[in-house]
Design a protein around this ligand. Structure first.
Ligand code: DGJ
Length: 727
């Protein structure tokens, strides 16, 4: 809950077991006091830095000696750092005023405490939650900032954002409009982030914080696989299950930046939001600018504790509630089975072959539309390629439905091929800059979503396919980044608004397609996990985690992705060997066990299935269905990190701790190998659990202290699984 102490002007924002506190100091500045485990509502002023700040600027107009306590903006731990008045840290906002100066002075004006957070306009955000709105105002220019803080009773995630307001009748330009400032009292942290590339998404990297700025960003007009829009500040020595960790997860799908600055007084300032390297926003008199929401998080239980907070918060308050906590379809996707080379008979054979196995959805991937036979043509022409699919899509859909299965379809609506009717008719709809040639990626261009006519075309063409066919599932792909950032319809002084306007355009088409078809499950994808971010999760309850479906690669990818994102949000398919990305041959058990650590499915040519394959698939799915509640609603405890060792381990535990599963994986099988114990976590120490694989009852305390010693089959890439059932 949110509590305001009028006497001390202190706000206490209380989450499940945390307190976030700040107050309005004597100058009217919102000064941070504390963020961490729950504390009493005590006065915290004794923690403020005192004296010793020679040569610091005073606050404007105050001739106070620099030795006086907290007399300079630079030394107030900040709720919103701004530029121009003696604060030399990374500002959250920089506004160019009519006179050309870039100074602002945002002081407390008033505040409101709302029982429910008002929904954001045109951008995805977490739902509901008691919300503090702090109104800050610059009386010289009439520029204002509303700081939103939302707390939830059952999670330690706080949703934050800023709405910048031009309350004057003059035009100003935002040069920077970040979403938050967060202050920490020391610099004893490691800066953790997730980097990657196609086929190797979400690798963990860590570096020590130091004086100066460490940052990650994207300049791609998308969040990207290169660096996920997430950072964590891990206290020195923090482990997977112990130590303090602060998370910052930006709910945004365009160019962003996240920074941590070690300041010269030993404190740390964290900030970020829309990337301002190529940004400005013209704000007419009376206009507002909403920044993307950021989900900050505190955990005293290490990186794993932080992950569980994000998993719970995103499942409860971000992901579409129509799907978030429900059982997911088990898909057979056509991509690796056929690529673009198929006809009705082939597709129907793939679907028929899995009848009775438990696979309940057939998804037709790329290649069904326009003249799409290779990746050189067709994108943008969202009508059926009847040369390939004689009689239209309904022949296959009717067949799939007659098998009792749902039909799903692939789109890549943001794109256009040069060789397409859409491009021939509207070459100007592809993003391009005057006099410059296009960069190509996969022979395609990105459509200019800042334009209303382009958005209308996409919405009409996708919605008309959905309206005219019985489609229950859509895979929405995105396979290249923006280049030549420019829109013909924006005036020169608004061109730097392009990347953010692209995001707003994207959310607008998502609202009009995804939210307008509430019964259709939309799966996100970006050449794998290149747009795996919280804004996408708001629309897509699950995202194709990587094009790399090799089980060994997947241990790394799924481990890294789970740092922020719940397992239910990761689509993980069982695929054929030799694997199409790595040529590796891994046995069926391991492939299934690893693909079961997410929303599982299949991606191979099932038309060649033998009865034995069918039986195996049926068993795999029955097993998956048994564990699905743990994927959808359980807690994840990562036990062994494959980026640091020869092993990978995940324990999934039900919320009531009555059941759990431990998946153990060994990469290389070696002669005279070490006796490796896997230690399950998250069980109730006092409960007794039956372990069917050992036919033994053991207490949670024994299991979590003594561990288990799996015997892996000979060879590489092997799994062993244990189940724990309360007795
Ligand atoms: C990239 C995706 O990640 C794949 O799964 C597949 O849908 C292809 N695009 C289709 O072009």
């Amino acid at each position: 809950m949110i509590f305001f102490d009028k006497e001390t002007k202190t706000f206490y924002l209380e989450g499940k077991s945390t307190t976030y506190a700040f107050f309005i100091n004597k100058f009217g500045y919102a000064e941070h006091l504390y963020y961490g485990s729950r504390i009493g509502r005590d006065p915290l002023f004794y923690t403020r830095g005192k004296g010793g700040r020679t040569c610091a600027a005073t606050v404007p107009g105050e001739k106070i000696d620099g030795f006086d306590e907290g007399s300079s903006y630079h030394y107030f731990p900040s709720e919103l750092a701004f530029y121009g008045n003696g604060d030399y840290r990374e500002p959250c906002v920089q506004v160019e005023n009519e006179a050309g100066d870039r100074i602002c002075d945002l002081l407390y004006d008033s505040h409101e405490i709302l029982p429910e957070k008002p929904a954001m306009k045109g951008m995805p955000s977490m739902r509901g939650g008691e919300t503090l709105v702090l109104h800050l105002y610059d009386s010289v220019t009439g520029f204002g900032a509303d700081l939103y803080y939302t707390v939830y009773p059952d999670t330690n995630v706080i949703a934050r954002r800023v709405v910048y307001k031009n309350c004057s009748d003059r035009v100003v330009k935002l040069r920077r409009a970040y979403s938050f400032t967060m202050s920490l009292p020391t610099q004893d942290y490691d800066f953790l982030s997730l980097h990657g590339a196609w086929g190797m998404e979400h690798r963990i990297q860590k570096t020590a914080l130091h004086n100066g700025v460490i940052s990650i960003d994207s300049k791609r007009t998308t969040s990207s696989a290169s660096l996920n829009p997430f950072i964590a500040l891990c206290s020195k020595g923090a482990t997977e299950e112990s130590g303090e960790v602060y998370g910052v997860s930006l709910i945004y799908s365009s160019s962003y930046v996240l920074k941590a600055e070690g300041v010269n007084d030993g404190q740390t300032l964290i900030t970020g939001g829309i990337n301002d390297f190529d940004f400005s926003w013209k704000l007419e008199g009376g206009e507002e600018f909403e920044t993307p929401e950021v989900a900050i998080c505190y955990s005293s239980e290490g990186v794993g504790g932080m992950s569980r907070e994000y998993h719970d918060a995103y499942r409860s308050y971000l992901i579409n509630p129509n799907f978030a906590k429900k059982s997911r379809p088990i898909v057979i996707n056509s991509w690796e089975g056929t690529y673009m080379d198929f006809d009705n008979e082939k597709l129907m054979a793939i679907a028929s072959a899995v009848k009775g196995t438990g696979i309940d959805t057939f998804v037709l991937d790329d290649g069904w539309f326009g003249t799409r036979n290779t990746d050189e043509a067709g994108l943008g022409d969202w009508y059926v390629n009847e040369d390939k699919l004689v009689g239209g899509l309904n022949t296959v859909i009717n067949h799939v439905n007659s098998l009792g299965m749902r039909f799903g379809l692939w789109f890549e609506p943001e794109m256009v091929n040069e060789d397409s009717d859409l491009y021939r008719n509207h070459p100007d709809w592809a993003i391009h800059a005057p006099g410059r040639a296009h960069c190509y990626t996969r022979n395609q261009f990105v459509l200019d979503l800042t334009r209303a006519d382009v958005r209308d075309y996409i919405v009409d063409s996708v919605n008309s396919v959905l309206k005219n066919h019985n489609i229950g599932y859509v895979k929405w792909d995105y396979n290249r980044n923006v280049t030549e950032s420019y829109s013909e319809l924006l005036p020169a002084d608004r061109q730097a608004e392009f990347a953010h306007r692209y995001a707003l355009g994207l959310y607008n088409i998502f609202d009009r397609i995804i939210l307008a078809n509430p019964d259709v499950l939309f799966e996100g994808c970006a050449g794998g996990g290149a747009r795996f971010d919280p804004a996408q999760l708001y629309y897509f309850p699950q995202i194709w985690t990587s094009d790399d479906s090799d089980a060994e690669e997947r241990t790394l990818i799924q481990y890294g992705t789970s740092i922020v994102y719940p397992l239910s949000s990761m689509t993980c398919h069982f695929s054929v060997v030799p694997n199409h990305q790595t040529s590796r041959i891994i046995d069926t058990k391991t492939r299934a066990d690893i693909a079961h650590l997410g929303t599982t499915g299949y991606e191979l040519d099932t038309s060649v299935f033998t009865d034995e394959d069918r039986e195996l698939t049926k068993q795999q799915i029955a097993e998956y269905k048994g564990m699905e509640p743990l994927i959808i609603e359980g807690d994840l405890y990562r036990t062994d990190n494959p980026m640091e060792s020869n092993f990978f381990g995940f324990t999934l535990v039900s919320k009531d701790k009555s059941r759990a599963e431990l998946t153990c994986y060994q990469r290389m099988g070696r002669p005279n190998a070490q006796l490796k114990r896997f230690i399950p976590k998250g069980l109730a120490p006092e409960k007794n659990y039956y372990v069917p694989e050992l036919d033994i009852i053991l207490s949670g305390s024994t299991l979590m202290n003594v561990g288990l010693l799996p015997v892996f089959e000979r060879g590489d890439f092997k799994t062993v699984k244990y189940h724990f059932e309360e007795k």
